[in-house]
Design a protein around this ligand. Structure first.
Ligand code: ADP
Length: 365
């Protein structure tokens, strides 16, 4: 139940109608407010913040339909019920289309009025409850992001630093066996911190943060930077990493930081899931509405049955060769979310044992 007395505003030019409604409503415990025309009515909507408004459709001055629309603009959660004469059933239908919750044909009894009002108020309660749950959910999500970043990340980083101090021999000699165990602990901690990092990105993306600085960008510039950042990863397996052909127009509407993350994820994967002496080539093309960037590798590829799932959160392909490759299974889902937040898309094609190709389509600047 609503805690305070529900407020019902009656907007009708007929005095007898306002009085009889007012009496019937007060008698059952509501607070009734009245207005003799649309403009006074709208003032009263702002002033008294009613739970429900009864609007006569046929009034001199602003029409009932216009009043209805304005009430929705002031507060979309106010329930509107329209009062109609016999001849105005069509306008009742129009009013319902414009967001009225119900209509009450004239003449009506106090009992009919109460039934409709009670139904409308139940509806309002439901709407308000949903609204407050939605707000609560958003608050929990926002708190979650802050909680994870401060309370989880900081102690883990501190532990990691202690490991480094011990491994560096700064607090006494470390025996071989101890060194091995602490190194493993440190590596596991690295993995955990990476997972938290990715997870935070997912949470920020889901709550609509992150992609907030969209401007015209040269995709070639973004990718060149990432290629240089990723170069050290290619050394162990002697992988060649290069920018192939690029269209003259490479300007996209993008957020630099998050697009760097997209290509960092895709290019890291193309290197990690490659074969020794394999290749990674990135090409940029101009299409009608989009600029596309393809990251193509000659790596281990992805079997058909896994392809539909690789963009899902935490999905990792289980197979012999990449068992040793560490990951969170979040990289591609983050890349996809970022690209979609830009109004673009990511496509994949792959052949097991031959290689994969990931194509990002981004709206042209
Ligand atoms: P992660 O790499 O952390 O496991 P991703 O979301 O980046 O998570 O990728 C999901 C899965 O897709 C990976 O586990 C991997 O098996 C597969 N995958 C992604 N990129 C490639 C690629 N270029 N070649 C082969 N497999 C890939």
């Amino acid at each position: 139940m609503l805690e305070k007395k529900p407020v019902i505003l009656v907007i009708d030019d007929e005095e007898s109608m306002r009085d009889s409604c007012s009496q019937a409503l007060t008698r059952v415990g509501f607070r009734a407010e009245t207005a003799e025309d649309g403009s006074i009515g709208l003032e009263k909507v702002k002033e008294t913040k009613p739970d429900l408004v009864l609007i006569d459709l046929k009034m001199p001055g602003i029409s009932g339909i216009d009043v209805l629309e304005k009430v929705k603009e002031i507060d979309p959660n106010i329930i509107s019920v329209v009062i109609t004469g016999y001849a105005t059933v069509e306008s009742a239908v129009e009013a319902m289309k414009k967001g009225a919750y119900d209509f009450l044909p004239k003449p009506f009894t106090p009992e009919e009025l109460r039934i409709i009002i009670n139904r409308g108020l139940e509806r309002r309660e439901l709407i308000l409850e949903t609204e407050s749950l939605r707000k609560e959910k958003k608050l929990i999500e926002d708190n979650f992001i802050t909680m994870v970043s401060h309370q989880l990340q900081s102690p883990l980083v501190a532990i990691q630093q202690f490991f480094e101090v011990i491994l560096g021999g700064m607090v006494g000699e470390v025996q071989e066996k101890q060194k091995e165990m602490i190194t493993r602990s440190r590596d596991r901690m690295d993995g955990l911190l990476k997972l938290i990092d990715d997870w935070l990105d997912v949470a920020r993306l889901d709550s609509g943060q992150i992609v907030d600085n969209i401007e015209p960008l040269s995709l070639k510039k973004v990718i060149k930077k990432i290629i240089e950042d990723m170069r050290p990863l290619t050394q162990d397996d002697n992988i060649s990493l290069e920018l192939g052909s690029c269209s003259e127009n490479d300007l996209v509407q993008g957020d630099k930081e998050t697009l760097e993350q997209v290509f960092s994820n895709l290019i890291t994967n193309a290197i990690r899931y490659n074969k020794p002496k394999g290749k990674v080539v990135i090409t940029i093309k101009e299409n009608e509405d989009f600029i596309s960037a393809e990251v193509k590798d000659t790596g281990i590829g992805i079997a058909k049955e896994h392809l539909p799932f690789i963009f899902d959160q935490f999905y990792r392909v289980k197979r012999g060769e990449d068992h040793k490759i560490k990951g969170t299974g979040l990289g591609l889902s983050i890349a996809k979310k970022i690209v979609e937040a830009h109004g673009g898309s990511v496509q994949v094609s792959s052949e097991l044992g031959k290689g994969s190709s990931f194509t990002v389509l981004l709206p042209k600047a």
